[in-house]
Design a protein around this ligand. Structure first.
Ligand code: G3I
Length: 392
C-alpha cells in the first residue's frame, strides 16, 4: 500500500540520518530560501517561502482531510512548512475510538504528506484530558495503566521515523484545585502526579531518539491567573528535572490574545523563559496564533495589531533555545479561531444582520493564502537567528 511504502521509506531515512541528511532530502524539493514565490498560476496565491531547511524550522498544525481536498492549501503547506503537526488525527480518542481498534487512516495521510514532501512531523498529543476515549474512563479509574501504554506503543513507533518530537503531556496545569497546580483529570485521579513521569518514561522507551515535550498554554500574560500558571509550571518542571524524568523540551502553545495584549510584559516573560530553560529544557513554539479583538477596524489595522503581538512575542523567545516555531493552522481559511456572536456583541454589533467582519485573522496566511504581516514577522526571526542557533 502507498502509505506503508512511504512510511517504511521514512523509517529507512530516519534510521540512517540526522536532520542534515533529512534537510538535504527536503532540499531537493525546496524552493529558494526566503524569496517570494508565486504559484504556477500567475493570478494564484502569493506566498512567502521559508524553505524546509530554515535554521529554526517553521511549521503548522494541519488537517489530513484538508490536505486531501484543497490543492492550494496543500501547496501552501508544502511551500512554507518544514514541520507539520496533525491538528486532531493523532489524539487518543481519535485514533482509538474503540479499544484496540486503531484508526490510523487520517494520521497516515498527514504522515504520508510529510514523507512525500520532505517534512518532519510533530506528534500531538499523547495524554490530554480532552481526548480520552469513553471506553478508557473505567479502565483508568481502575488504576490500570495498560491502555495508556498500549496507545503509546501503537503510535510512537509507527510514526517514529518521520516524527522528531512528541507532546507527551498536554496541558497539565490548571489553577484553583490543588497546591501543586496539577489539573484534575482521569490521569491524575488514577495515578496521582506520577502519571507524568510514567508517560514520559514510556514515551522514551517507545521513541528513544525523539524529543519529549510537555505542552502548555496560558503562560504569557501578566495577569493573576497566568502568573500562577507560570509559577506552578516552573515548579512542575523543576521537580521532574530533579527527579531525572526524561523531559527534553517545553512546548509553549502561544495562543496570543489581543484582548490581553496590554498585559504582555516582555521582561517578565523573558524572566520566565530564563528560569525555565535554566532547568535544562529547550523550547518549541507549538501553537502560535492570535485571537483578535476590535474586529470593526480596517483589515490593515487588524493585521498590523496581530503582527505587533507576534513581533513582541518573538522578540522575547528568539533569545532562547527555540527548536521550532509552529502555528496552530497556517491560514485563516481553516482556523480553529472563529469569530463568535459573543465576540461581536462585545464590540457593539457594528454589522447589519447577515454581515460581519469575516474570519479571525490570527494566522500567517489570510483566507486566500496570501501572506500577512504575521508571516513577515516569522521570517524576520528566521533571519535574525540564522547565525546564532544551529538547531536540530
Ligand atoms: O469535522 C467535524 C464535523 O464534521 C462536525 O460536523 C463537527 C461537529 O462538532 O465536528 C467536526 O470536528 C471537530 C474538529 O475539531 C474539526 O473542526 C471536532 O468536533 C472538534 O472536537 C475538533 O476540535 C479540535 C480540538 O483541538 C479537539 O481535538 C480543534 O480543531 C483543534 O484545533 C484543537 O486543538 C487544540 C490542541 O489540541 C491543544 N491546544 C489547544 C488547541 C485549540 O483548542
Amino acid at each position: 500500500m502507498g502509505h506503508e511504502s512511504d512510511l517504511s521509506h521514512a523509517r529507512h531515512i530516519g534510521s540512517v540520518a540526522g536532520w542534515s541528511r533529512r534537510a538535504m532530502l527536503a532540499g531537493a524539493l525546496a524552493l529558494p530560501g526566503l524569496a517570494l514565490a508565486r504559484s504556477n498560476k500567475e493570478s494564484g496565491p502569493l506566498i512567502l517561502d521559508l524553505g524546509p531547511s530554515a535554521p529554526i524550522p517553521f511549521g503548522a498544525a494541519v488537517r489530513g482531510e484538508t490536505l486531501l481536498k484543497d490543492r492550494d492549501y496543500r501547496e501552501a503547506v508544502a511551500r512554507t512548512c518544514a514541520i507539520i503537526t496533525p491538528e486532531i488525527e493523532l489524539k487518543w480518542a481519535y485514533v482509538e475510538p474503540v479499544r484496540g481498534v486503531l484508526h490510523f487512516t487520517d494520521v497516515d495521510e498527514v504522515a504520508r504528506f510529510a514523507v512525500a514532501n520532505g517534512k518532519r512531523m510533530h506528534g500531538h498529543a499523547l495524554l490530554w484530558h480532552k481526548s480520552i476515549p469513553d471506553w478508557a474512563t473505567d479502565i483508568l479509574a481502575a488504576k490500570d495503566w495498560s491502555a495508556i501504554r498500549s496507545f503509546i506503543a501503537s503510535v510512537m513507533p509507527r510514526y517514529g521515523a518521520v516524527t522528531d518530537s512528541w507532546d507527551v503531556i498536554n496541558e497539565p496545569i490548571e489553577t484553583g484545585y490543588r497546591m501543586d497546580g496539577l489539573r484534575p483529570s482521569p490521569f491524575l485521579e488514577a495515578f496521582g502526579p506520577e502519571y507524568i513521569r510514567r508517560a514520559l518514561e514510556d514515551a522514551r522507551m517507545f521513541a528513544p531518539d525523539a524529543r519529549l515535550l510537555i505542552n502548555e498554554y496560558g503562560l504569557e500574560y501578566d495577569l493573576p491567573v497566568e502568573r500562577d500558571r507560570r509559577y506552578l509550571f516552573l515548579r512542575l518542571i523543576e521537580s521532574l528535572k530533579k527527579a531525572g524524568v526524561p523531559l527534553d523540551t517545553i512546548g509553549l502553545q502561544s495562543h496570543l490574545d489581543l484582548s490581553r495584549q496590554d498585559y504582555f510584559d516582555q521582561k517578565l516573560f523573558a524572566a520566565f523563559l530564563k528560569e525555565l530553560t535554566a532547568m535544562g529544557v529547550d523550547l518549541k513554539i507549538t501553537e502560535l496564533d492570535v485571537k483578535e479583538t476590535a474586529y470593526a477596524l480596517p483589515v490593515e489595522e487588524r493585521d498590523s495589531r496581530v503582527a505587533a503581538a507576534v513581533k513582541a512575542y518573538l522578540e522575547v523567545v528568539q533569545d532562547f533555545p527555540v527548536r521550532s516555531i509552529s502555528c496552530w493552522g497556517l491560514t485563516d481559511r481553516y482556523s480553529w479561531l472563529t469569530v463568535t456572536p459573543e465576540d461581536l456583541a462585545k464590540e457593539g454589533n457594528h454589522w447589519p444582520a447577515g454581515q460581519g467582519p469575516g474570519v479571525n485573522r490570527g494566522l500567517p496566511l489570510d483566507a486566500s493564502l496570501r501572506s500577512k504581516p504575521f508571516f513577515d514577522e516569522i521570517q524576520l526571526m528566521v533571519n535574525k537567528t540564522e547565525t546564532s542557533f544551529t538547531g536540530l
